[in-house]
Design a protein around this ligand. Sequence first.
Ligand code: PLP
Length: 414
Amino acid sequence: MNAPAAGTNKLDVARIRADFPILEREMNGYPLCFLDSAASSQKPAPVLEAMDRYYRQHHANVHRGVYQLSQEATDMFEAARRAVARFINAPSEQEVIFVRGTTEAINLVAGSFGRAFLREGDEVVITWMEHHSNIVPWQLICAQTGARLRVVPISDEGVLDMEALARMLDGPVRLVAVTHVSNTLGTINPIRQIADMAHERGIPVLADGAQAIPHMPVDVQALGVDFYAFSGHKMYGPTGIGVLYGKREWLEQMPPYHGGGEMIERVTFEKTTWNELPFKFEAGTPDIAGTVGLHAAIDYIESVGREAIAAHEAELLRYGMELLAPIEGMRLIGTAPQKAGVISFVIEGTHPYDVGTLLDKMGIAVRTGHHCTEPLMDRFGVPGTVRASLGMYNTREELERLAKAVEKAAAMLR
Ligand code: PLP
């Protein structure tokens, strides 16, 4: 495993890249240039090895067996929970719920908090830059409860309108759900400030951390949020595992989300009582290997250093924007001063899909389309964008390749 040289904030990117086997691949005759980490990041060998070792040596179902192997699996599962709690500075590991990913975490809060606390005429506040995963669950619960969705507008740079938010918070708002970092614009939202504004009025805040957790230190207590959701697969861990952090005071008042094994204390046909936190929200056999992989991903990120990753990516982002901006017809979508990990753009006279297809032919993997943020595309009046997104393994040379390839693709398409 790699770490930056002691006493510096610089990453040894060549050594990091050597930990990611997939980066050795060629794509269409070129070395793979992977610029789609916002959709899902690649996995370092320690994550792959930890999961392989778990299945080869330690697998059994958790929490149910008296035998040694089941206890080993349970210990590994609960060690992962402690690692997550430490990683996000949760006050207690009982406030860390394992879910499939960000989407499930938000659905859990919408379904459970919504059933408990939302009534006709209440409001849920989201923003214009939310991923569909932080829009649709709220629409579903609003339709069931008669609550109403309010949407905070953004500026042309992609910055949240805090005055509009303040005005909305004076309404009958029961919850604010906002992304920490926008997956399409890269905007970093001022979560602490939002939480303070909401809490002054007694309103809880959920932050969608899917795009923040791979890029920067996250401390849920410093952010002041009531709920924080993220996915393992965007932070160098496996797919199928994610986390909902929730403040105990809310989780205890919320009803279970799914019913089944493990989430109960006692079941009779007449009445069932619930297990304690976090198990009340973890019905059924969990993704045990996923938690082991997530734990290894946390260890890996910490070995590299979260500050060092953030600094490296900030420098790459600045460089990438600088290289792309002068290309003829270039329109960068998302130019907020506080920005992380994402460069979205359209080029006049071309369709993002065609640009993405040509980039692929040159070995460059970028995402094209609406990025599950269709209202945001409408806001900017574009059908979609080309999105290059960064991970700790990306290099300046890759961004130079991107800029040259984009220039070439644009010339071919115009
Ligand atoms: N929220 C944001 C900001 C995202 O970028 C994503 C995925 O791209 C999600 C939520 C959904 O994450 P998942 O598909 O892992 O549940």
